[in-house]
Design a protein around this ligand. Structure first.
Ligand code: CA
Length: 228
């Protein structure tokens, strides 16, 4: 059974917030709420929801400003709630990176349908759940890794690093991107942890029989997984 999707509802109007929360909880989702833009960003950062429902008219930061900051961190699906369904808002919403919008007063079944549709699109297809070449397999869901059919035990950080590399085989992944994906921090850390963990990972993989050059260093830029 898969974990419930986590939805962040950002709405300053008490009755709408409560209604949406109850509705989505009844549909089996885990619902977090925030009443203003700043609180929402803190919640977002801390809980990394799978989907966001965002009211345009909010105190502190308004919905557009909040959306902009969410987009700096993530491509999570966002449904905007707008007070008027004018063309201007729609164009602005899509340009700002909203995935969908609903005009108040909206119908509750409509909201559920939009939310389920966006969540469904996000769910990985079977092909996205696994990487495999003639030597290495990486299951992104079970976190099972094998080299030449033998299981390799990796720490959570080593696993994330390997997953980030094999998700785009033969392409160079920058140190910055690896920091962001593996350590979740794009700006503040040095590249030292990447170098250190690439070393650990290489050692485990070559001990298990993968070729020395499988994880290639691209000097001054990043690393690349080279399928055999
Ligand atoms: Ca509002």
């Amino acid at each position: 059974m898969q974990a419930p999707d986590r939805i962040l509802v950002i709405e300053d109007d008490d009755s709408t917030r409560r209604l949406v929360r109850e509705l989505l909880t009844r549909h089996g989702h885990e619902v977090l709420t925030a009443e203003d833009g700043r609180a929402a960003l803190r919640m977002f950062h801390e809980h990394r929801p799978d989907l966001v429902i965002l009211d345009v008219g909010l105190p502190e930061l308004d919905g557009w400003q909040t959306l902009e900051r969410i987009r700096d961190m993530s491509d999570v699906p966002v449904v905007m709630l707008t007070a008027s369904g004018g063309e201007f808002e729609r164009v602005r919403g899509i340009r700002s990176g909203a995935d969908d919008y609903l005009t108040k007063p909206f119908s509750l079944p409509e909201l559920v349908a939009r939310v389920e549709g966006l969540l469904e699109r996000r769910r990985p297809s079977r092909a996205d759940q696994r990487y495999a070449d003639e030597s290495l397999t990486v299951d992104f869901v079970t976190r099972h890794v094998t080299v030449k059919g033998e299981e390799v035990r990796l720490t959570p950080l080593e696993f994330k690093l390997l997953a980030a590399l094999v998700r785009s085989p033969a392409e160079t992944v920058s140190q910055q991107k690896l920091l962001g994906e593996v350590w979740g921090d794009r700006h503040e850390r040095s590249s030292d942890p990447v170098r250190t963990y690439v070393r650990y990972l290489r050692r485990k993989l070559t001990d298990a029989g993968l070729g020395e050059g499988a994880i290639e260093t691209v000097r001054g830029f990043g690393y690349r997984y080279c399928p055999p």
